[in-house]
Ligand binder design. Structure first.
Ligand SMILES: [Zn+2]
Length: 255
């Protein structure tokens, strides 16, 4: 077994390679991220340019950004930072059914004290269990992937429905963005391949033939499933209205 001369990574990681100094490719990637997105004075300069851009675009809006809030330290500190720097965030939290009382209390305290509006989306517990069971049975390394997918999809949906282009994220991509792909692969095809093994659950692309064959499978499945009862406050009427105004404002802007 060979171990990186700088970090703890070793040849038990399938995708590891080493340079002539014995430093691994993940350490090199970390350095590349640090160079591309520097901290210190240069980082602060870029941040203040971005802040002005977010504020300018959000001038006539209720919110200028979305902040995902878990009740943990990173996202709470980020929300605090956003308010301190004069942004108008909408806080969005997702409860996959496993949220602790402390997390829920932290979210409530933070948003109340900072005077930020909060949208909470609660997962359909039966559906969430099905998804997580599928990932556990598949024995993949990221058993809680359904939660990550749900978080990002909810943040995008909220941003679209509020007509906001910026979503702030409490996450260290320099440290966390360097893990091997086999540990962190993230796209719709992956979910599909895991979920499609789940009984009674069929995910399709927009291809009419695939949709038709999935409908056939659902009919022949002949058992009741939970449907999509979740995301209750984002009902179709609200979404339709918001998308309508969003398109209208884009068209007016282009004219
Ligand atoms: Zn290393």
């Amino acid at each position: 077994m060979i171990r990186c001369s700088r970090c703890v990574s070793d040849t038990t990681m399938a995708e590891i390679t080493f340079n002539k100094h014995g430093i691994c490719n993940f350490c090199e990637l970390h350095d590349r991220f640090v160079n591309m997105h520097p901290l210190g004075p240069e980082g602060n300069k870029r941040l203040s340019t971005l802040l002005s851009k977010i504020k300018k675009e959000g001038e006539n809006k209720t919110y200028d950004c979305i902040v995902g809030l878990s009740g943990g330290a990173d996202s709470t500190a980020l929300l605090h930072w956003a308010v301190q720097n004069g942004l108008k965030p909408l806080a969005v939290s997702f409860d996959n059914g496993w949220s602790t009382d402390i997390a829920v209390k932290n979210i409530r305290n933070a948003t109340e004290i900072l005077g930020v509006e909060l949208h909470t989306i609660i997962a359909d517990w039966e559906e969430m269990k099905d998804l997580q069971r599928a990932f556990l049975k598949a024995s993949v390394s990221d058993a809680d992937a359904p939660t990550d997918y749900a978080i990002y999809s909810i943040l995008y949906k909220e941003a679209i429905s509020e007509g906001v282009r910026f979503s702030l994220n409490g996450h260290s991509f320099r440290a966390e963005g360097t893990v091997p792909k086999s540990w962190s692969y993230f796209d719709g095809k992956y979910v599909k391949s895991v979920i499609s093994e789940t009984e009674g659950c069929f995910i399709t692309s927009y291809d009419p033939n695939e949709i038709a064959s999935s409908i056939e499978k659902v009919i022949s499945w002949n058992k009741r499933t939970n449907g999509r009862k979740r995301i209750t406050h984002l009902d179709n009427k609200i979404i339709a209205k918001k998308i309508y105004y969003l398109y209208k404002s884009i068209l007016n802007h282009n004219n």
